[in-house]
Design a protein around this ligand. Sequence first.
Ligand code: PLP
Length: 378
Amino acid sequence: MDEPSLGRSRPLVPPLYQSSVYVLPDLDALDAIMDEGAPGFVYARDAHPNAQLLAERLAQLEGTDWALVGSSGMAAISAALLALVQQGDRIVASNRLYGRTTQLLARELHRFGVETTFVDPCDLNEVRSALQRPAKVLLVETISNPLLRLADVETLARWTKANDTWLCVDNTFATPVLFRPAEWGADLTIESLTKMLAGHSDVTLGAVAGTGDLLGTQRQTMSIWGLSANPFDCWLALRGLETLALRVRTASERALALAHWLTRQPNVVRVIYPGLVDHPDHALASRLLAGAFGNMLCFEVAGGRDGVNRFLRQAVGIPFSPSLGHTTTTCSHPASTSHRYVSQAEKRRQGISDGLIRLSVGVEELADIQREISRGLA
Ligand code: PLP
């Protein structure tokens, strides 16, 4: 089937190349693509135009030489780690990571003979002493879930460089609008595009970005383990990126205003937001983040689990949907979603109480969000 001729015109919006395979004129054309890096595509699991366009835009945003897109945030984290470690290697990782990432390390990589030492990234002495034994990778999140603690990526990068350890930073909560890990010394930046980057809760995608010669092994790992992304999700994500900066800046403004407002509301026991001066990492967040503190905010309601249920049933305009980064405000309950399988003792240690609600603040008018929250708190 011939493509329609566009003459001297071209579409303003990149087309969707919803094809799993490409047609080649002869073996020489195939060899040129496969062996010499000539432009073109063969098989969509290896590469396709929508993934390539999205990856190029992501690399620009992250300030890296390259980016690779995977079928989810977890695919991106899996590819990043699988490409770096061998049996017998050791990883040092934050003990505040997203639950599935913790399981990837503690269960899956453990099965392949890769051991992980978990440390509190907020305790720099603990991290430093863990890095005194050889470690292939240090994995942290820029802003942790749900308590929004920051990792001092600048200091960690100094140590990992001195130790021959790859520093991998999951930047999902910060987004490249507020923080570019590569500029602070991270070797690999990981994003779940499912969240704020694509921004409309209609794709599941992730990305790994970096500079230097890790690209080849990362690309191979993505393809061999079958972690690649489909064209339509890439097409949607590229569209989402056009408004990323606007959404992040506006939602961060709303979140800061809400955080201050929440501290004065009835039935609110505590408010957790890095933009508040009483947050333990307020100074670090002010130093690392680009002039805003992000769209994620937590608050604890009186009455524990029952108090949360009352809130969810009444604040119907703030959907209870356990993800983040949607255009409008949504909420989640860490104790029964992201940290559902964490022991009670560990939840207590981290301060994840039954009354804790996590808000992913959107870009709607502040007054609309306040009205719904007030209804929930009444
Ligand atoms: N990293 C963080 C910080 C997350 O919160 C999540 C998901 O919630 C992921 C990674 C995984 O992303 P995905 O759901 O796209 O696999």
